[in-house]
Design a protein around this ligand. Structure first.
Ligand code: DHE
Length: 544
């Protein structure tokens, strides 16, 4: 695995510093407290993303003492030092860890896993702040911004977002958010912007204020990735929901104040084996447009929960199993079907949000990673939804129209060939004739610093390459990964982040979708490690 892949999978847990319950395993090799503390920190920084907090396993193998003690220190050291073809990194030979550290980690994984604390209603309430009460907020929009064409750009390592005016390309403001901030989502009315950090800190930003700023905040756990708000007719802006990695749970909050209302644990049994899993993390969440429901995807159990929020006391949940490990996904163009990557199974699970049913499980390439995916009309197959892959160069197209194109519905109807693996996000727009794919985790800088574009009407012609990082004209050396295509509201521009290290120059590059020519480079010292960017209209209305 390349460094970027490691950073992608495992570099971001904020839990290394959290005090945890620790019990000693008398059979495990001896460690000093200092060694244990250091090893725990490294485990969270490098290992927990794949092996889990409680080491029950996810993308990586389980590492509980019943397994590790039987293997012994010497065997484990070899594994940690040299890695495995199955994806375990070679920590020592890559120079990331020295021999003493490898030895310490081999002893550490034979100890009982320390257990982080729960994070319940009382903890949430302690962190919950309504900075500006609903009745003190403006009654109408107080600024001249064209809110629906603003972009919320993640400034990952700064723990901030930049609000960028999509019309003028000027930075409106930079706001403090959570640690290694992750995604932004817009409320159904187009007024409130929700942002979540990896430390589960949620910011709720009122876009009607003269100077948009945080009006409420809360922490919903110790580690998290997803946030969404209620979108069904009659429930617009009523609720927000945040999903956590730790504790494994989601919380439904008041949509005006972020007051936590209902916490639901996702601990439970894995689809197929039915084995109990103590930490099934909450991955992507979408608000249904067909029912008063949130669609919550639970990674390790491979279960999708249709959470009916019409009565929080008598909470109804339809649990649909498909395949592990559920990660990211998005709606089809009609918004009736939700498509989610079961990335370790190399499958896309499709859910019918009108009937609350599994519509299909579709085999795709190696480790699908769609982001929210891309919808467009294929000349032969009709409406399709696309996903790229981390593990191979293909882009899979899946038919999504069971009415007029039944024979293609929920089947992989075509595979396009991109430049190589390491793709994270694809994107199109109803007004565009193009399909874009990035590949920021590809080991070849030529590939990771560019994007490819397919002409939807001539997919057989293959792709053209846009050298986005070159266009950004950044003199610094270093990674400059190009990440996440995102359209503006009109669907005639595409934005990309050129993601450099924290101490290096980054940029946002805007491309004219018709001509595929450079339109604008946004450079500013405040743009530290830009990654995702979210056009407010497109996330409000699920346009992608
Ligand atoms: Fe993400 C979405 C989890 C690393 C940028 N990421 C998501 C979602 C999940 C997730 C569950 C779906 C949220 C939703 O739709 O509700 N991401 C994880 C991880 O667990 C992982 C692999 C490792 C980690 O420790 O966090 C990870 N993600 C990254 C990155 O390294 C990226 C490239 C850069 C960054 O900012 O950290 C990154 N993830 C994104 C982006 C989205 C996202 C931009 C939203 C895509 C969209 O179009 O909505």
């Amino acid at each position: 695995a390349s460094d970027t892949e490691l950073n992608y999978q495992a570099g971001s847990s904020p839990m290394g510093d959290v005090p945890m319950y620790q019990s000693m395993n008398p059979k495990a090799p001896k460690m000093t407290q200092a060694e244990f503390d250091r090893a725990r920190q490294i485990y969270f920084e490098r290992c927990a993303g794949c092996h889990g907090v409680l080491r029950k396993g996810a993308t990586g193998k389980p590492l509980t003492p019943d397994i590790t003690l039987a293997k012994g220190t010497d065997y484990l050291k070899v594994f940690i030092a040299y890695g495995s073809p199955a994806g375990m990194p070679n920590w020592q030979t890559s120079g990331e860890m020295d021999e003493a550290t490898v030895d310490m980690m081999a002893r550490y994984v034979q100890q009982d896993p320390p257990v982080p604390p729960e994070f319940g209603m009382a903890d949430m309430k302690k962190t919950w702040k309504v900075l500006i009460a609903p009745d003190k907020r403006p009654k109408k929009k107080m600024n001249k911004y064209n809110i629906s064409n603003i972009f919320s750009t993640t400034l990952r390592d700064a723990g901030e977002i930049a609000l960028i005016d999509g019309d003028s390309k000027e930075i409106i403001s930079v706001l403090k958010t959570g640690y290694a901030v992750h995604i932004s989502r817009m409320s159904a009315s187009g007024r409130y912007l929700f942002v979540i950090g990896r430390d589960a800190k949620v910011n709720m930003i009122d876009m009607w204020m003269e100077h948009p700023e945080t009006v409420a905040e809360i922490r919903t756990g110790l580690e998290a990735r997803s946030i969404e708000s209620s979108k069904f007719k009659g429930y617009e802006d009523k609720y927000a929901i945040a999903g956590s990695y730790w504790p494994p749970q989601f919380v439904i909050m008041d949509g005006d104040t972020l007051e936590p209302l209902k916490i639901v644990s996702t601990r439970g049994n894995v689809v197929g084996t039915q084995e109990y899993h103590p930490e099934p993390r909450v991955a992507s969440i979408v608000g249904s447009h067909f029912k008063p429901e949130f669609v919550v995807n639970v990674k390790e159990t491979g279960k999708t929960l249709m959470v009916d929020y019409s009565d929080l006391n008598a909470l109804k949940m339809t649990e649909i199993g498909s395949a592990p490990f559920l990660h990211d996904g998005g709606l089809d163009s009609t918004k009736r079907y939700f498509m989610v990557a079961a990335n370790n199974s190399n499958k896309i699970s499709v859910f019918d949000l009108k009937e609350d049913k599994l519509a299909a499980i579709v085999d795709v390439g190696k480790i699908p990673h769609p982001g929210r995916g891309a919808n467009f009309i294929h000349p032969k197959f009709g409406p399709v939804w696309a996903t790229g892959h981390l593990g191979d160069e293909t882009i899979s197209l899946i038919g999504t129209d069971p009415k007029k194109n039944k024979q293609y519905a929920f089947k992989e109807v075509a595979k396009l060939t991109g430049p190589g693996g390491g793709a994270l996000f694809v994107k199109s727009h109803p007004k565009s004739n193009h399909l874009y794919s990035d590949a920021p985790l590809n080991p070849d800088p030529k590939v990771s610093q560019a994007v490819v574009v397919f002409d939807i009407k001539n997919l057989d012609k293959g792709y053209v390459t846009l050298p986005i990082a070159e266009w950004a004209d950044i003199k610094d050396d270093g990674a400059k990964r190009v990440v996440q295509p995102e359209f503006n509201k009109a669907g005639d521009e595409v934005w990309f982040s050129v993601w450099s290290a924290k101490d290096k120059v980054s940029a946002i590059v805007v491309v004219d979708d018709k001509t595929l020519k450079l339109k604008k480079v946004i450079k500013d010292p405040r743009l530290v490690t830009p990654t995702g960017h979210f056009n407010l209209h497109n996330t409000q209305n699920d346009v992608y």
